[in-house]
Ligand binder design. Sequence first.
Ligand code: GLN
Length: 388
Amino acid sequence: MPLPARRLEGFTESVIRKMTRVAKQHGAINLAQGFPDFDPPEALVEALARAIRGPHHQYSITWGAQNFREALARKITRFTGLPIDPERHLVATCGSTEAMMVAMMTACNPGDKVIVFSPFYENYAADAILCGAEPIYVPLHPPDFRFDPEELEKAFAQKPKALVLCNPSNPSGKVFTREELLHIAALAEKHDAFVLSDEVYEHIVYAPHTHIPFATLPGMFERTLTCGSLSKTYAITGWRLGYVAAHEKLIESARKVHDFLTVGAAAPLQEAAVAALGFGDDYYAGLTREYTAKRDLFQAALRSTSLPFTEPEGAYYVLLDISSLGFKDDTEAALKLAENGGVAGVPGSSFFREPVQRYVRFHFAKKEETLRAGADALAARIDLLRKR
Ligand code: GLN
């Protein structure tokens, strides 16, 4: 049998998705792969029921259905102030997972280097490798996950074609400050690099932190490919609706990549999503309120275990420090926590380039009852493991 391509040896299967399978196998509460167990807003579900009865069963325009792009452009302009033109600045994609792949293939040639902050969402390295590019890593140092300007400067000295920014950040929960973003912007400009900005958690930010879209920084619209998603904002991760927003020159290229990768996102789902893109400010205020309550509930439960953990400024992940439980590594710890109807998290090492094995990542995008059950089961399991 011929061998599969060598590029696939550069990365493993997604540990996040693997832990969802482990959770199923062990009947564990799944706080591993970040997706909600609550329903999307009723108005959105109704819009989907209408859309499915409508004339939307064939391909939409490759780069996104007309009314979807129009609604999306209005929504982005409303929140960022950027004058996004639905005809020139957008490509609708199959989730932000495709958006990042499209952004990477639009920006990078084979052999190019791409800066990735570590810890990082595991897709970025895989995307770079699939493009024939090489990820180079800059650590974000716990506990506040700041980068060392000298380390970042050194990485830029290697002449990368792009930097991947995840803001708010998965898995650290960091929300980059204006000062940090301006620092990245200055280096991107000086070294003529693209910024591939994954902003899927833009609306899940905890006071007093605020989200600054990278493309709104002075001079940055021309070199930023923003990857956005409807998944987290409207609790529709299974709809696979995302987008790339950027300067028209970049979108011209991004459309080509997207067209040959997937042709288009699902037409009836784009049609239905127009309803969500028109939601008023109360929806977003409610989202913040609900996620803040979930975070508070989950953090209170974690405090009772007296294990240290990272307190997120945005997104919905917590890195729980399990080093004191005495396991060989975080993978063993995650498996032990999940076994026999426990709680599934993701071994932290799958997010770090450095040999960091002290964390298991849990997410709290769940109904209150699931979170309570998860937190109780986690506390009980930790107690048991301490006594072993
Ligand atoms: N972003 C989510 C996570 O980090 C889900 C990723 C995925 O599986 N597409 O868990």
